[in-house]
Design a binder for this molecule. Structure first.
Ligand SMILES: [Zn+2]
Length: 195
């Protein structure tokens, strides 16, 4: 027998990160008590998320339109590419308004122990983009994995004659760019160094 609708939604909510059984049940009742349009909007937003959001064919950003709004923006400097691990990191850098070039999202960092090698990341998608590019700024996290990724990218990019820089420390070691405050992150971009 199928679960009743409250139990069904509770089970689904409980699968979200950080949501326990009790919270899941409270959320389900909240949806039940809200106007019917809310439930419909929620259901439609969930579907749209899965059906419409995909990777930008240029920079691998998540987007509902391809190319993404950043790649499609003629005002952005096409001579600079900032390489980030994740979309939240891209958004953190965008919030600083310090960078007006384009991005490349790797969707992770090298971590051989976890089985993440270059082929698991969007690295091969970066190479065809380098024609005409003057500088690649590596803004991976200041972690062991982020540093290993920066080193790997340097070996790949530098022989092509493209300048490659690394954002400055100031983002604390072991930290995540996504959570760095805007001023720290803006300074880290300004103070980038040659690799
Ligand atoms: Zn894009």
């Amino acid at each position: 027998m199928a679960l009743d609708p409250i139990a069904r939604l509770t089970v689904l909510f409980a699968r979200l990160p950080g949501v326990g059984e009790k919270t899941a049940q409270r959320l389900a009742f909240h949806v039940l008590k809200s106007p019917p349009e809310y439930a419909r909007d929620l259901a439609e937003a969930l579907l749209a998320l899965r059906l419409e959001v995909r990777l930008c064919s240029i920079c691998c950003n998540l987007t509902a339109q391809d190319p993404c709004p950043i790649c499609a923006d003629p005002q952005r400097d096409t001579k600079m590419i900032c390489v980030v691990e994740s979309v939240p990191d891209l958004l953190a850098i965008e919030r600083t308004r310090e960078f007006r070039g384009r991005y490349h999202v790797l969707h992770g960092a090298l971590s051989p122990l976890d089985g993440v090698g270059p082929d698991q990341l969007k690295i091969k998608e970066l190479l065809p983009r380098l024609t005409g590019v003057e500088e690649v700024i590596v803004a991976t996290d200041p972690t062991v994995e982020g540093e290993a990724t920066a080193l790997y990218l340097t070996r790949l990019v530098k022989p092509l004659g493209v300048r490659i820089t690394r954002i400055a420390q100031g983002v604390p070691m072991g930290g995540d760019l996504e959570y760095a405050d805007q001023v720290t992150l803006a300074r880290a971009i300004q103070g980038r160094r040659e690799l």
